[in-house]
Design a protein around this ligand. Structure first.
Ligand code: PLP
Length: 388
């Protein structure tokens, strides 16, 4: 390769597998011998349709997505889904309530970190019946744990959905289980930063979404996996009986499903790169294989932190993320030196999120064991130099 080697621990956009980038470089000017770049071909062409369908099929294979689910490629990132879920799932819930009956079902939110807090804030802005199942910062003083079921305040079957964020990228908190909720209420999950990192059972969910730029590909495309009973034809103000906000066409899961994600021009280059990443993952042995590697990578990091006298994890051991490990150095003045020393050795993007400070090691699928071992070695040496 022609670029200088770095170890990229960025939280997102994050590193892509080098062989994916090299393949993209080879294809860049001339995709599949069309004489055009993938960015230059029509999204309605057979060539692109094949690419899209193959990408979908590979994702379906990797996640064992059941046939009663649709895979959508949408835009606007994870943040747009904070709003999209509300419109689509209120419309779905509306179908279950007899016409003329009052309609104001609660939406249940787990707030376990910065991203679910943001999603809940958007929900409160758009709708007036938001039920916070638990807000860990409020009840415990800071994000860093997931309290037991006895402390959850779920609304039960009347909720239109239950929302949670599977992996809190900023706070390094990952659910070690799927929350047990009423089986008739769709479970909605933000998996932006841990999708494809471990096995999970898609059939437990109503909607799963993930911005691509952490574990799947470049920014610009958001993967949405939605159970097909939740696909509701969008209404307009001219329809009788609304009772719910009208779904903008570009946020409608039904519109995207009916059009195979080609209602409008999709982010073709992003989808193409996602496809290459999925092929890479399949060759590696799939999600089960990468899960074992991810377990080992994160175990090495947390074992080191727990043995250390200067590194401190703010997260309860039971809910530590395998993807993002934030930590502090005691004393905090050493953090600057830690980051500068790491940069010198070409270990980049280790700085913690600006809202929490400290250091954050992001170790998505494309971060290999060599990178982890290199970083661990540096952390050990750094501690030796500074431990009293
Ligand atoms: N959800 C999670 C868990 C994230 O980590 C992020 C981004 O970092 C988002 C949502 C927001 O995604 P986007 O920037 O694609 O809107």
């Amino acid at each position: 390769s022609t670029r200088p080697k770095v170890y990229n621990f960025g939280a997102g956009p994050s590193a892509l597998p080098l062989n994916v980038l090299e393949k993209a470089q080879r294809d860049f000017l001339n995709y599949e011998n069309t004489g055009m770049s993938v960015m230059e071909i029509s999204h309605r062409s057979k060539t692109f349709e094949n690419l899209l369908n193959k990408t979908k099929q590979d994702l379906k294979t990797l996640l064992q997505v059941p046939d009663n689910y649709e895979i959508l490629f949408m835009q606007g990132g994870g943040c747009t889904q904070f709003s999209a879920i509300i419109y689509n799932l209120l419309a779905a819930k509306r179908q279950q309530i007899p016409e003329g009956e009052e309609f104001n079902p609660p939406l249940d939110y787990f707030v376990t970190g910065s991203w679910s807090a943001k999603a809940a804030d958007e929900a409160k802005r758009l709708y007036d019946n938001i039920n916070i199942v638990i807000d860990v910062k409020k009840s415990k003083g800071s994000f860093g744990s997931i309290p037991p079921k006895e402390e959850w305040k779920l609304s039960g079957p009347k909720a239109a959905f239950v929302y949670y964020c599977d992996n809190e990228t900023i706070n390094g908190i990952e659910f070690p289980f799927v929350p047990d909720v009423d089986p008739n209420v769709p479970l909605v999950c933000d998996m932006s930063s841990n999708i494809l990192s471990r096995k999970f059972d898609v059939s437990k969910f109503g909607v799963i979404y993930a911005g691509a730029q952490k574990n799947i590909g470049p920014a610009g495309v958001t993967i949405v996996i939605v159970r097909n009973d939740l696909l509701i034809k969008p209404k307009s103000v001219n329809d009788q009986d609304n009772g719910v906000a009208i779904v903008p066409t570009m946020l409608s899961y039904k519109v995207f499903a009916d059009n195979n994600s080609l209602y409008n021009t999709p982010p073709m280059f992003s989808i193409y790169i996602c496809g290459l990443v999925l092929e890479w993952l399949l060759q590696l042995g799939g999600v089960g294989a990468i899960e074992e590697i991810n377990k080992e990578k994160s175990k090495k990091i947390y074992d080191l932190i727990d043995k250390s006298k200067i590194y401190r994890s703010p997260v309860d051991k039971r809910v530590r993320s395998r993807m993002n490990a934030p930590f502090r150095i005691v004393p905090e003045e050493l953090e600057k030196e830690f980051l500068a020393g790491a940069e010198e050795l070409k270990m980049v993007q280790l700085k913690g999120h600006r809202s929490v400070g400290g250091i954050r090691i992001s170790m998505y699928n494309s971060v290999n064991m060599e990178a982890i071992d290199f970083l661990i070695n540096y952390m050990i040496e750094f501690e030796k130099k500074h431990a009293k």
